[in-house]
Ligand binder design. Sequence first.
Ligand SMILES: NC(=O)C1=CN([C@@H]2O[C@H](COP(=O)(O)OP(=O)(O)OC[C@H]3O[C@@H](n4cnc5c(N)ncnc54)[C@H](OP(=O)(O)O)[C@@H]3O)[C@@H](O)[C@H]2O)C=CC1
Ligand SMILES: CC(=O)N[C@@H](CCC(=O)OP(=O)(O)O)C(=O)O
Length: 351
Amino acid sequence: MPLSVAVAGASGYAGGELLRVLAAHPELEVRTVTAHTSAGRSIGEVQPHLRSLADLVLAETTPETLAGHDVVALALPHGASAALTAQLPADTIVVDCGADHRLESAADWAAFYSGEHAEAWAYGVPELPLRTADGAGKQRDRLAGATRIAAPGCNASTVALSLAPGIAAGVIEPTDLVSVLAVGPSGAGKTLKPHLLAAEVLGSANPYAVGGTHRHIPEILQAIRWAGASEATLSFTPVIVPMSRGILATSTARLAPGVSAAEVRAAWELAYAGEPFVQLLPAGSFPRTADVLGANTALLGLAVDEAAGRVVVVAAVDNLMKGTAGAAVQSLNLALGFPETLGLTMDGVAP
Ligand SMILES: NC(=O)C1=CN([C@@H]2O[C@H](COP(=O)(O)OP(=O)(O)OC[C@H]3O[C@@H](n4cnc5c(N)ncnc54)[C@H](OP(=O)(O)O)[C@@H]3O)[C@@H](O)[C@H]2O)C=CC1
Ligand SMILES: CC(=O)N[C@@H](CCC(=O)OP(=O)(O)O)C(=O)O
């Protein structure tokens, strides 16, 4: 019999994508959906694309409505998850799509978020390198059997997956990392925001959080530290572009002294060999967001700019899939001991 799942924030973009993925999962069944202002409405009303779950009615998001499930998936605004989770049994598997449990450092949290710093949970990007006192592994090691999982920020995981292999292999310098990223407005959620009105976004590319202020910077740097760098710096600039979903990140780093282009490519090849959901394209090929929409795939293209002395990584991710809901379900599969790919697809929807 499938395990029962409650999805909180099921009326939002991340919650809706969780429902879409979970509806196709053979071992997980969505029994309860919750929301806030949409409580009392059906999934058919608020997520009309999810026909197989149309009759489920959204309850209020409370510990009582979430209790009694094997798995609870939270897709709520920042700050909501710690208090809710504290009232759930310790053996309930909880995955949080919000930022509350991603950062280990209270100082990082205080610098980029408000409210109290909550404990860090296993970070939901299995493919990222994880160097510990016991040696070199991957985040996957922490996710196996975990009961609390922090799904990643979508921009953060895209940039971290782009740069971490080069750090782990020592072929790029961890200082002077630069990333510029185009993202669709679904990354900001469904709640009405004036800067995301169609008239503001259509036909324009709009930078935001410029100058080291984006809250995913500490999350990316944390992943760079996990890959083995003791100190790192990152200049990160996101740009909203007129596509409903998707991320295209162009990240560059200085080549480490004496490293050849072949050694650079080998570092990324080795890092993602056998990974179904993170794939390095052949030399000379670079991904498009259109290649990953609806897929739990991060596609990477790599070049060495010899004249500039920099490595360039272009990454495409669907912010709602590998960037959030797909990462959450992939991590749940690991936590529950299912095959990691269960219920997930590496195939996108195109054109
Ligand atoms: N969108 C994305 O690409 C990504 C999102 N995330 C994270 O996922 C989480 C959800 O984001 P997203 O789906 O985009 O946001 P949305 O604004 O689309 O959805 C927010 C959801 O939370 C509910 N909600 C709002 N306020 C409250 C409250 N006070 N108490 C309980 N529920 C509330 C809403 O319910 P109602 O509609 O009924 O008011 C809705 O279901 C956020 O933490 C976000 O940072 C992470 C990675 C990527
Ligand atoms: C377009 C846009 O605004 N995108 C969001 C991405 C949100 C995200 O990844 O989620 P968390 O808020 O959970 O970190 C942003 O850059 O803040």
